[in-house]
Design a protein. Structure first.
Lengths: 313, 803
């Protein structure tokens, strides 16, 4: 049951910014899979809704000179089928997506594919957008976790100010809170230097095989900068802290020496050392999250071909 | 006619075999439901409709000191705000303990405190948010043991003053509002003997089931309209319209002729729409708005705290066994956290007591099933009705026993199974005609071990288990059914019943039974959709898996009457005695001169002669059925309490991931002795649906309360139920055995709830076989399995990949 609200559908970003600026109670609408649920529950009652779907340039996924640009209105399905990603993914991914634990070889952006595949259901994947998912700032949001591990940068437009670039790790400020100022609009994200990405994977657990949010998740990315001798690992975890977080300690262990079963174990222990997930989660207990994280790390490394299965028992 | 003896066979002229029963006829409502043409409650149009919304208690137990309604009244669109002062109605069929609006005090979070009526649904909802009660909090009690402890806060201090039917036993001054007790022999002596004798093995355990929700597709709702001071019509999605009618007539002290209850298509019940839910409150509110229909429709969230939940049982079991494992004695206490109102759960508790020891022979026992008030939403009927509670406890318990005694779990069950000549807890004798429990165990065992399962992945372990089951309907001793069949001028037949089609397929099964009993093609018969108490025959309730059975029997009686009337008209027309009329399902003829033939249409309304004169009248049949011989339990819980038993056996094969605790169910098996399968596809659908609901109860479902009794997962985001993705790789196997039931239509007995009953223990016992872990509380989530592994081993394997 919705409170009445004014509905705007601007066709340019400037128009959208002005509408936001002049309607203090306005909220942005993209796919609506979070906003409409909250409005129905009357958790939010915006006086105006500014629908961004009339701005076509926000829905694009394109390779730029130094980065991969993902527009805020790109849907989860767009990510899954986009040429940039699909061209490099295994043909078996076409059509009915296999479960994320598949042994298909991962690609540099494989973690995003893993995340998009595990995301909700077909209908919601067709509707939910990247920008909405990021702006909703859920601590366990699958795409957010991957993009933090990918060192992505948020592109933000303001009404009176020039645009800003915010590293995604700084973009999230807490559950449902972001660095966006009133009147600012998230335009999309950039993943820097995609050609450096060697492989990546996202592993998560949820309460059911069917549609569910992640109880806990981890994204692992391997990247090699030109001129450097060794590739570097970066990783981020979801649903263990108020925002998706990196684990510098685990990254340091994995980057200090070649990855072996014993370094993976050490990294797994480092992952959870300073974590204290909140006890009030309905999805999983802190004990559970901490117990499975090292396993998820090993599973991700295995999926990336960095840890052979026979070495891990 | 049929392949087995039958008490009330249909008119047999020309019928050689079962032509329609046993066939997978398509659902009669398939087209309407698939195209969206089927109208449910919320689809019905009403002119001048008012909308009601409920202000609900935010406190688990508190005195209402003041109720501020002025702000709500002042809101544009709000017509009125009603509270207990205006609507002081109290209902309850067995125990009158349910105030439709809280007056004086609230007893759970979510209890209706006031109702706002408005011109539109939004204004009503906003108004409800503006109602502000002032509470004085009282100590609240949530846990069933705490509620039973001496000195516990009393949820109903006035229990002694409530009207109660004679066969129920409240204990005023406590939170216990009913107990069923039964005993046989001297169990205490056997347990005493175990202290000194090694020949007696004893095990004790406690087994928990949480509150769970039905999660029907369609929310609960009602539209009520008073067309005069004594004339009420209610449209609702109740499973039992005739019961709703009775409750409303008594509540408003008006004749039942003045209460009309109309039920369109129902979007799922599972027991959660039996008894009354929102109808009494909607009707009470509408009485204050004469001439205007008032709609009360619950939101998905309100379905969790605004109607009734299920289960919520803590079972304590003690059993004594001889060295071979045979049961010597048992003591059981089943304690139900029934919530703040007892009338809806009272018979669940009673029914659980009747089967307290499961499908096993126990020579000496003492059992008690206890109904306890708590400050939570109340429980009531939920698919299985007391049986999943008992089977969870007993089957988990026997698994402990088997392990501790070093016995094969299936063999332990086999040597203790009830067999003809044994007595149930109620003292009723097991007869051969009740079905073949042992054959069900064999059939399930054979299905469970069929090849075709992939090997477990590295790091996963496999387990399997079999759990027998039985289920009896819990019902009034006079739970009657009626049916009418009317032949139309074109030779087609209208079938009217009071049993509701809520998705279970009864309209299809009953049409098949009518077709079989009349000998007429299925297409000639239509089961009138929906129930309208102004026109539909009586039905006690559509509960307990009894509709096909009881209404089916009534239809057979009605069919016999219809055929008699048809032959009477034909005999008049042919000028022969009625017993000289032949009938093959499509044609009537003179037995002495088969060339003299009539179509049914020619004599459906009367016997019309060439000169224009007519004799006879419209052809119709009326039939009734009452399960015979039921009575109330005596002081020791003995009596003819169940009219029917269905025996079966279920099994599960699971894999468990030692690294994450995740359970993957590979195969679920049900073997059920259903007497006669009326429609194989629908029967399988019912059983598979129940198995899936059992899978949800086993691994996902639990209402989670915070420390103040508020439900934290009221909604389907965090109250998880199985979806198709959870079932994609589950091999669901159903086998039907057919030991004919003499009191059922063409031998059929009940089957709808049964597929749920032993699924949770089968999964839990398979997990124990795989890991050694005993999980005695539901649900068994990956989280709970992993935490148990961390505590008790086997140690989870942290660094294994599962490609």
């Amino acid at each position: 049951m919705f409170e009445p609200y004014r509905y705007f559908r601007p066709s340019t970003i400037g128009e959208a910014s002005r509408l936001l600026a002049f309607n203090p109670t306005a909220m942005l609408l993209a796919g609506g899979t979070d906003l409409l649920v909250k409005m129905r529950e009357r958790a939010v009652t915006p006086g105006a809704v500014v629908d961004l779907k009339g701005i076509p340039e926000l829905r694009s996924i394109r390779r730029q000179k130094h980065n991969l640009h993902l527009g805020a209105l790109s849907t989860v399905s767009d990510i899954l089928v986009s040429g940039q990603l699909a061209a490099r993914s295994s043909p078996s991914h076409a059509g009915h997506p296999p479960p994320p634990s598949t042994t298909a070889p991962t690609t540099g952006l494989g973690c995003l594919l893993d995340a998009a595949r595990s995301f909700a259901c077909f209908e919601i994947r067709n509707r939910a957008t990247l920008g909405g998912n990021l702006a909703n700032a859920s601590p366990g949001a699958d795409l957010s976790v991957c993009l933090v591990a990918l060192d992505a940068v948020a592109l933000v437009a303001g009404h009176d100010s020039p645009g800003r670039r915010i590293p995604l790790a700084d973009f999230f400020r807490g559950p449902g809170r972001t660095a966006l100022e009133p009147g600012e609009i998230l335009l999309g994200v950039e993943v820097p230097q995609p050609e450096e990405l060697r492989c990546s994977a996202y592993q998560r657990l949820s309460r059911t095989t069917g549609m569910d949010l992640a109880s806990v998740g981890i994204a692992v990315v391997q990247r090699r900068a030109p001129g450097t001798s060794r590739p570097r690992i970066s990783l981020a975890m979801g649903a263990v802290a108020p925002t998706p977080i990196r684990s510098p300690a685990a990254e340091a262990i994995l980057n200090a020496a070649p990855i072996t079963p014993s370094t993976a174990v050490l990294a797994g222990e480092a992952l959870t050392r300073d974590l204290s997930p909140r006890a009030s989660s309905l999805r999983a207990s802190p004990e559970y999250k901490l117990a499975v994280l090292p396993h998820l790390l090993a599973r991700a490394l295995g999926r990336m071909g960095l840890l052979a299965a026979e070495h891990m028992s | 006619m049929s392949r087995h003896p039958s008490k009330a066979g249909p008119d047999s002229g020309g019928l050689a075999e079962l032509r329609c029963v046993g066939r997978s006829a398509p659902r009669v409502d398939a087209r309407e439901k698939t195209t969206g043409a089927a109208a449910f409650l919320d689809d019905l149009p009403f002119a001048g409709l008012l909308h009601a919304a409920i202000h609900r208690s935010t406190r688990p137990h508190a005195l209402i000191q003041d109720l501020h309604t002025q702000d709500a009244r002042a809101l544009p669109g709000v017509v009125d705000v009603l509270c207990a002062e205006q609507l002081p109605f109290r209902i309850g069929e067995c125990l009158r303990d349910h105030a439709v609006l809280a007056g004086g005090k609230v007893r759970y979070v979510g209890e209706p405190v006031a109702v706002v009526v408005a011109l539109d649904a939004l204004a009503a909802r906003r108004g409800a948010e503006l109602v502000r009660p002032r509470y004085h909090d009282l100590p609240a009690v949530f846990d069933v043991d705490e509620a039973m402890a001496p000195g516990a806060p009393l949820v109903h201090p006035d229990l002694a003053s409530y009207r109660v039917l004679p066969s129920y036993h409240p204990s005023p001054g406590t939170n216990v509002f009913h107990s069923y007790r039964a005993s046989r022999g001297d169990p205490d002596a056997i347990f005493r003997r175990s202290d000194s004798s090694r020949a007696v093995f004893v095990h004790r355990g406690t087994y928990d089931l949480p509150h769970i929700a039905h999660a029907q597709l369609e929310p609960h709702g009602a539209v009520a309209l008073w067309t005069g001071p004594r004339d009420l019509t209610t449209w609702c999605c109740a499973q039992s319209p005739h019961l709703v009618r009775k409750v409303l007539a008594e509540m408003f002290q008006i004749p039942m002729t003045r209460v009309r209850v109309v039920v369109p298509y129902i979007g799922g019940g599972f027991g959660g729409k039996s008894d009354t839910t929102v109808e009494p409150l909607a009707a009470a509110v509408a009485r204050a708005m004469p001439g205007r229909p008032v709609k009360l429709l619950l939101s998905r969230e309100e379905m969790f705290f605004g109607t009734l939940l299920g289960r919520g049982c803590r079972a304590r079991l003690e059993t004594a066994h001889d060295p071979r494992g045979r049961l010597l004695a048992a003591r059981a206490l089943l304690a139900f956290a029934c919530g703040a109102c007892g009338d809806y759960g009272i018979n669940v508790v009673e029914g659980a007591g009747h089967v307290a020891l499961g499908p096993y022979r126990v020579p000496h026992f003492k059992v008690e099933s206890r109904a306890v008030y708590t400050n939570t939403p109340f429980i009531g009927a939920f698919r299985g009705y007391g049986h999943p509670e008992v089977h969870w406890a007993m089957e988990r318990h026997l698994d402990h026993v088997a392990q501790r005694m070093g016995l094969d779990p299936t063999e332990l069950r086999r040597i203790n199974l009830l067999a003809p000549g044994d007595e149930h807890v109620t003292g009723q004798l097991v007869e051969p005609e009740h079905g073949d429990l042992s054959a069900c165990l064999d059939a399930a065992s054979s299905q469970l071990s069929q090849p075709g399962l992939p090997p477990p992945e590295p790091g996963w372990r496999r387990g399997s288990a079999l759990c027998p089951m039985m289920k009896a309907p819990v019902m009034a001793t006079n739970a009657s059914s009626a049916a009418s069949l009317r032949m139309n001028g074109d030779g087609t037949v209208d079938l009217s019943v009071g049993g509701t089609e809520m998705g279970q397929g009864s309209a299809t099964a009953l049409t098949q039974l009518a077709s079989q009993a009349l000998g007429m093609p299925l297409e000639k018969i239509r089961c009138t959709p929906g129930v309208d108490t102004a026109h539909s025959p009586y039905e006690w309730q559509s509960v307990g898996s009894t509709t096909t059975w009881k209404v089916g029997q009534a239809i057979r009686a009605a069919a016999s009457q219809l055929l008699q009337a048809l032959k009477t008209n034909a005999a008049l027309r042919l000028s022969v005695p009625p017993d000289q009329v032949g009938w093959d399902g499509s044609t009537l003829w003179d037995l002495r001169d088969p060339s003299r033939r009539l179509e049914p249409a020619e004599v459906a309304l009367n016997a019309l002669f060439q000169d224009g004169s007519a004799l006879g009248g419209p052809v119709a049949g009326w039939g009734t059925f009452t399960p015979s011989g039921l009575n109330h339990p005596d002081a020791n819980g003995q009596g003819r309490l169940a009219a029917e038993w269905t025996f079966g056996c279920q099994g599960a094969v699971i894999d468990v991931d030692l690294a994450t605790g995740r359970i993957r169910v590979l195969r679920l098996v049900t073997a059920l002795d259903v007497g006669r399968v009326v429609n194989p596809r629908l029967a399988r659908g019912q059983v598979v649906g129940a198995m899936v609901q059992g899978l949800g109860a086993a691994t996902m479902e639990r209402v989670i309360y915070d420390s103040q009794g508020r439900i934290r997962n009221a909604g389907l985001s965090d109250y998880k139920i199985p979806t198709p993705k959870d079932l994609a790789d589950v091999d669901l196997r159903v086998v039907f055995l057919e030991t004919p039931f003499p009191d059922g239509p063409f031998g059929a007995r009940c089957l709808a709830e049964h597929g749920l009953v032993s699924v949770p223990p089968a999964i839990a016992n398979a997990l124990r076989q795989a890991t050694g872990l005993h999980m005695d509380s539901l649900p068994i989530t990956a989280d709970s399995v992993l935490c148990a592994m961390l505590k008790h081993g086997p140690q989870p394997d942290r660094h294994t990949t599962n490609p």
